[in-house]
Design a protein around this ligand. Structure first.
Ligand SMILES: Cc1cc2nc3c(=O)[nH]c(=O)nc-3n(C[C@H](O)[C@H](O)[C@H](O)COP(=O)(O)O)c2cc1C
Length: 382
């Protein structure tokens, strides 16, 4: 599957505009979801590997998830699961529908296997998204995370109302929620990471969570709440967010969103698109920084906050790096574009092999272990 994608699919897809390909692919995946044999077909093409893990009281069939931004309106959720993801983070969803920034706003950087985007939270809004989401109590084995952003038209000082509206509207459908205050593509959004701005937002969401529990007829407990942070924050600023999350008893942090920096590649020349296009950079150049942030959160919180690691994962080694640094779960976006969907199985198999090599009985034992990646892990016992 990996070779087929690399040699045939990718050269074809990369001839076209990135957003056009993204749109067409999503429509196809949504069609697979709706067609009667689509799910069976997808499962047959992408046989998944089980590596179950329990995080925040939820059971994940494996620790690799789809990162936010790929399926903003949640139109293909069952297909992502059928492709082998252990969970899917849909969104960012905002209270109001919005078209996002003018096109073009999505750029590939093949030299560094990176993407630059300035999409600007294009989505159909919380009310419309609701009808796309699988019904509550679905038989799905993979948890659904919902990423919430702030509508562009809502002033920063009223951000808490905007976040709370979307959270409450989608509360029954999501298994966990991610508060996105780190997208570089909504003016001023990243200032919401400052303690003075973040405190009222998180407090309002924690209260809304309690309120929803008391009103819920389905008997759900509180939904795990995560904050997604930027890799561009200084050490002190990250510590401040970690401390605030612990103070307000949030469940964890998603580290990290895209960067506005343009880290130079290790080899080769600096791609021209780096300077030409503004927006958030993701993919391989982000890998090292996002792992550093994970390590810092783990150390500052003494492992008390759950970390979802994302940024530059492109195979088993980079996924293991995040787990060993302290992430309980990890996610990919750019790696899926450059390596294709076969990467899902490669990563989960690779993580399993690392557990065997290090004699870990479960993934939990590996989290924060800082064990190095073993290039040729032990073969399976007969
Ligand atoms: C086109 C695009 C759109 C994205 N949209 C969102 C979003 O709506 N909300 C969010 O929290 N992150 C968004 N992200 C960031 C990703 O979820 C992820 O944090 C980032 O791309 C780093 O992971 P990667 O290196 O595997 O791509 C987006 C990324 C890309 C490339």
């Amino acid at each position: 599957m990996n070779d087929f994608y690399r040699h045939w699919m990718k050269p074809l897809l990369f001839r076209f505009d990135p957003e056009f390909v993204h749109h067409q692919t999503l429509q196809f995946l949504a069609w697979l979801k709706d067609s009667s044999c689509g799910q069976d077909f997808t499962r047959a093409v992408f046989p998944s590997t089980a590596l179950p893990t329990q995080v925040c009281g939820l059971t994940f069939p494996n620790p690799l998830g789809l990162a936010a931004g790929m399926d903003k309106n949640g139109i293909a959720i069952p297909t992502w699961e059928a492709m082998g993801f252990g969970f899917c983070e849909m969104g960012g969803v905002t209270r109001f529908p919005q078209p996002g920034n003018p096109k073009p706003r999505l750029f590939r950087v093949p030299q560094t296997e990176a993407i630059i985007n300035r999409m600007g939270f294009n989505n159909i809004g919380a009310d419309a998204v609701l009808s796309n989401l699988p019904p509550q109590g679905r038989p799905s084995a993979a948890p659904l995370a919902i990423n919430i952003g702030k509508s562009k038209r809502t002033p920063l000082e009223r951000a808490h109302e905007d976040f709370c509206y979307t959270f409450e509207r989608l509360w029954e459908q999501g298994d966990l929620f991610v508060i996105n205050v780190s997208s570089p593509n909504t003016p001023g959004l990243r200032t919401l990471q400052d303690r003075s701005a973040l405190h009222p937002i998180l407090k309002a969401l924690v209260n809304a969570n309690k309120r929803k529990v008391s009103e819920s007829v389905s008997g759900h407990g509180p939904k795990p709440l995560f904050v997604k942070i930027s890799p561009d924050r200084e050490t002190d600023q990250i510590n401040e967010i970690v401390d605030l999350c612990m103070e307000l008893e949030l469940d964890g942090i998603v580290a990290t969103n895209t960067t506005t920096q343009r880290p130079s590649p290790n080899q080769g020349s600096r791609p021209m698109v780096y300077d030409r296009e503004t927006g958030g950079l993701s993919g391989q150049p982000l890998r090292r920084r996002s792992t550093e942030v994970i390590r810092q959160i783990t150390s500052r919180s003494h492992g008390k906050l759950t970390v979802i690691g994302v940024g530059g994962i492109d195979g088993p080694e980079s996924a293991w790096e995040k787990i060993a640094a302290g992430a309980s779960l990890c996610q990919i976006y750019s790696g899926l574009i450059f390596r294709g969907p076969g990467i899902i199985r490669s990563i989960v198999n690779g993580l399993q092999a690392q557990l065997r090599h290090h004699d870990f009985k479960s993934l939990k034992e590996a989290v924060g272990s800082n064990r190095p990646y073993q290039v040729e892990p032990k073969p399976l016992q007969p």
